[in-house]
Design a protein around this ligand. Structure first.
Ligand code: URP
Ligand code: ZN
Ligand code: ZN
Length: 473
């Protein structure tokens, strides 16, 4: 299979130039001006951007959570991702209590079998080191390409781990060069606040935020940073939503510590007032950490500009509003936590970030493609456009208008966080390792075209031959 992409504006984290790209055997083999090579497929990209396929480091597909299971399985979630220009994601394999890590991974891989439309990897979410998963087994996972360990410091009684489990996992990560990821909120304090609110008869969706104040996120972020220092591991704080969490990350990075932070698309656009929408509509915005006061949105834009936060993910964890969110009609704590977003990350960040002058194009590519690939052991196979990289390529029409709506989305959920937003700039064509999976904005990739990717360890590169030379991250 060979593809020639002609005359597009190639934009990576570092470069911006007009060129042709020739793809052979799933990889980029030539980049140059006016390439004169025969190809089975020729795509005219003139007037369009040619971007690396976006990498989403934080998604939840087919995940049991909050008394139900996310509405998007691997197929519908990855169709949404592909339509939005994402060609690789790293999903969370959640260790079921009492289950070994290898059994958990086998279970999650079986959910993906035959359904993959894009490439994917897994983080392992450690929930139980006493019955089931052992530290010894955890140490073997990077050899299988699972090179990041996730811990939830919240969701008491469900996914939350204690500091002993957190710290012991960090010690293993220090030995194996895995990256530790934390959901940083103080789950014990939140549990007290939730019980108090319910006892006082407060059941509406807005209490989701009122019982999870930003200080609980700031405290847990700082605790994780300090513990990571003691253990000597690299730390990545997921879904940072507020100033209280940005500040300790900023301080750690100023000190040169191995600390990284991510925020998610929704935190730039959705604020606390969305939870106050009448007739239970606020439940659409019940995700964790919760939508914050609007002032935090500028803090987050500033943080991604300064590289205090280095990646933007979606935390796609979709439930239907009509049925699944309704589980918490009379009790906000029973509303399944999570929101959709895989399809619209590039739309929203391009329109409101780049077009409105908050970040440049190169920085957008860095936040959505290159940094997630580097941090999670996918670079330079993923996250950039270079000779030898996988031909994961997005041809993006910067002037095409797109109306974001549940009515035209791939996700199976019945709402969209950005319903009715008209963006300028849309995905036209997407290639996954040279295979056209989106054409004229239509998903044409067949389930099975996507593959599981064995990721390199933190700080190592992933090339065609596998993990090798140290990379600057
Ligand atoms: O509300 C959310 N974010 N649900 C997904 C699980 C998590 O905390 O990332
Ligand atoms: Zn989380
Ligand atoms: Zn998440």
């Amino acid at each position: 299979m060979s593809v020639l992409i002609k005359g597009g504006r190639v934009i990576t984290a570092a470069d911006d130039y007009v060129a042709d790209i020739f793809v052979e055997h799933e990889r980029i083999s030539l980049i140059g001006a006016s390439l004169d090579v025969p190809a089975e497929t020729v795509i005219d990209a003139s007037g369009k951007y040619v971007l690396p396929g976006a990498v989403d480091p934080h998604t939840h597909l087919d995940m049991p959570f909050g008394g139900t299971t996310t509405i998007d399985d691997v197929e519908s979630g990855q169709r949404a991702a592909a339509r939005g220009g994402t060609t690789c994601h790293v999903d969370f394999c959640i260790q079921a209590p009492g289950t070994s890590f290898s059994d958990s991974l086998a279970d999650w891989k079986s959910k993906a079998a035959g359904k993959q439309v894009i490439d994917m990897g897994y983080h392992i979410a450690v929930t139980d080191l006493k019955n089931g998963g052992s530290l010894e087994e955890l140490a073997t996972l990077p050899d299988q390409g699972v090179t990041s360990y996730k811990l939830f410091m919240a969701y008491k009684g469900a996914l939350m781990v204690d500091d002993e489990t957190l710290f012991k996992t960090m010690e293993v990560a220090a030995e194996t060069n895995a990256l530790v990821m934390v959901h940083a909120e103080n789950g014990d304090a939140i549990d007290v606040l939730v019980k108090k609110a319910l006892a006082a008869g407060h059941t509406e969706p807005r209490y989701h935020a009122l019982t999870r104040p930003p200080e609980t996120e700031g405290e847990a972020t700082n605790r994780a940073i300090q513990l990571a220092r003691v253990a000597g591991c690299a730390l990545y704080v997921v879904h940072v939503s507020c100033k209280e969490s940005v500040e300790p990350i900023q301080l750690a990075r100023e000190k040169g510590w191995d600390v990284w932070g991510e925020t998610c698309t929704q935190y730039f656009f959705i604020d606390f007032t969305h939870l106050e929408k009448p007739d239970f509509e606020g439940a659409k915005y019940v995700y964790t950490p919760p939508p914050r006061d609007k002032a935090n949105q500028d803090v987050l834009w500033d943080a991604v500009r300064r590289d205090t936060l280095s990646a933007i993910s979606t935390d796609h964890c979709a439930f239907t509003w009509g049925e699944q969110k309704a589980l918490g009609r009379d009790d906000f704590s029973k509303i399944p936590n999570g929101g959709p977003g895989l399809e619209n990350r590039l739309h929203m960040i391009h329109h409101f970030g780049v077009r409105e002058g908050r970040i440049g194009m190169n920085r957008m590519v860095e936040l959505l493609c290159t940094n997630p690939a580097k941090l999670f052991g996918l670079y330079p196979r993923k996250g950039t456009i270079a000779v030898g990289s996988d031909a994961d390529i997005v041809i993006f029409d910067p002037e095409k208008r797109h109306l974001i709506s549940a009515a035209n989305q791939q996700s199976r959920t019945d709402y969209n966080l950005y319903e009715g937003t008209e963006v300028v700039g849309d995905v036209d064509t997407v290639l996954l390792r040279g295979n056209v999976i989106v054409q004229n904005g239509e998903v044409v990739g067949k389930p099975g075209v996507g593959e599981f990717v064995r990721r390199a360890r933190f700080g190592e590169q992933l090339t065609a031959a596998g993990a090798d030379a140290p990379a600057a991250v």
